[in-house]
Unconditional design. Structure first.
Length: 69
């Protein structure tokens, strides 16, 4: 059976942690901005590090597995 966890977790985290879609840290005018659909260089770096950390923790430490079939 194929483990779908890396694919589905990657997709969900990519959507949720894209800078400016749900939240933006650090924001352009405030520390946290919600739903602005804009971004900056600092936010891209921070959201990339958050994505990598959460993805790694869920797959390696928590060992999330999703099987179909």
């Amino acid at each position: 059976m194929l483990d779908w966890a890396p694919i589905l977790l990657g997709l969900v985290l990519f959507i949720l942690l894209s800078p400016g879609v749900v939240f933006l840290v650090p924001g352009n005018s405030r520390h946290v901005e919600i739903g602005t659909y804009s971004t900056n260089g600092k936010a891209i770096i921070l959201h990339t590090l958050l994505y990598f950390a959460v993805y790694t923790i869920l797959l390696m430490a928590v060992r999330v597995r999703i099987y179909f079939g």
